[in-house]
Design a protein around this ligand. Structure first.
Ligand code: FAD
Length: 318
């Protein structure tokens, strides 16, 4: 069977969930081969094997930790040279998309970004994308070179399919550009104990209707009862009620959770751009004419100051 390269997104061998989703999708296309760059391949191996990686190509060098992006492109290119893959899958994070784009240029390949589904086609993988503010769903395939495809987090639920895995060392020779941008410091984000916004299975977001930073704990309480991440509209962020790192939308993060709850958010096109591929969308808004109700699966017309605490209590009671 054809081999499909999966770029492993990890922190020192702790594999992040989008990689498990990629492995799940890769199994539809062929045999997943995980590419692990940087320290921790032995730590990652059991997890990667549990999700179906038949082989791990591993390389460790200071360049992966000390320099931005390009060394990882060198690593992935070396892996593509080693196995002649049927496709290369990379998570649709900001870094993932840059790695994928650079790799596609090097391989002379076409690239598809932000896929929300992947299926095997007769002439190669077929990627589904949701485009133009979800007005269209497109299915496309790469017609030149090795398809390089980035897949949005939460595109699929990770499913285990345990196999035996072998870790093989990958030889990577770094090009001149590899050391072009050095990382001078890293500041870990203050931990909220909540999942990462872009990876969370559930996101609860607040907008201008929340009416002040002092009321965001209402949104946080609902999020915590559901094990969700907290998001915010730009109006709430611009007002200084919630950090920019939580902004969902065109100029914020793109999220695609199983469940997205929007409280006091009108549903402007720029907000939709960041959340419209969510599987189930719920809105709480006191204006029955708010545009967000055009795209919801469930809408509650009501005052969020009554509805959100009631919902939180209901969830906690279960
Ligand atoms: P509003 O549009 O003011 O809506 C507030 C909603 O809350 C209303 O529908 C109201 O009925 C409801 N409400 C009020 N009180 C209550 C209550 N007590 N209970 C229930 N409901 C209540 N926006 C983003 O979100 N993300 C982006 O990334 C983004 N990027 C942008 C980029 C550009 C270039 C531009 C021009 C704009 C961008 N915007 C973005 C801004 C966007 O156009 C909207 O202005 C913004 O999304 C509005 O935020 P909101 O829905 O919270 O506020």
């Amino acid at each position: 069977m054809a081999e499909v390269l999966v770029y492993v997104d990890h922190v020192d061998g702790t594999v992040r969930k989008p990689t498990l989703e990629l492995l799940t999708l890769a199994r539809r296309l062929g045999d997943p081969v995980a590419v692990h760059l940087g320290p921790g391949a032995e730590t990652a191996a059991p997890v990667l094997a549990e999700y179906g990686a038949v082989k791990i190509l591993a390389a460790d060098a200071p360049e992966f930790a000390d320099y931005l992006v390009v060394p990882k492109v060198d690593g992935l290119q070396a892996a593509a040279g080693a196995v002649s893959p049927a496709a290369v899958l990379v998570p649709s994070s900001a870094e993932g998309k840059e790695i994928a784009a650079r790799l596609a240029v090097r391989l002379g390949s076409g690239i598809i970004t932000d896929a929300v589904d992947l299926t095997a086609g007769e002439e190669g993988p077929v990627a589904t994308q949701s485009v133009f503010a979800a007005s269209y769903t497109t299915r496309s395939r790469v017609s030149r070179g090795v398809p390089v495809i980035t897949v949005k987090p939460n595109a699929t639920a990770p499913e285990a399919a345990p196999v035996d895995v072998a870790v093989e060392q990958l030889e990577v020779s770094f090009g001149e550009q590899a050391t072009g941008t050095r990382i001078v410091s890293r500041t870990p984000r203050e931990s909220t104990g909540r999942p990462d916004l872009t990876e969370a299975a559930i996101v609860v977001s607040g907008g201008r209707g929340v009416n002040g930073a002092e009321n965001f704990p209402l949104i946080e309480a609902l999020a915590d009862s559901l094990g969700a991440a907290v998001g915010a509209s730009r109006a709430a962020v611009d007002a200084g009620w919630y950090p920019h790192s939580s902004q969902v939308g065109q100029t914020g993060k793109t999220v695609s959770p199983q469940l997205y709850i929007a409280a006091g958010i009108s549903g402007a096109i720029q907000h939709r751009a960041g959340m419209q591929t969510s599987k189930t969308i719920v809105a709480i808004n006191k204006d029955a004419e708010a545009p967000i109700f055009e795209l919801v699966d469930y809408g509650v017309v009501g005052d969020l100051f009554e509805v959100v605490p009631a919902l939180t209590e209901e969830v906690k009671a279960r």
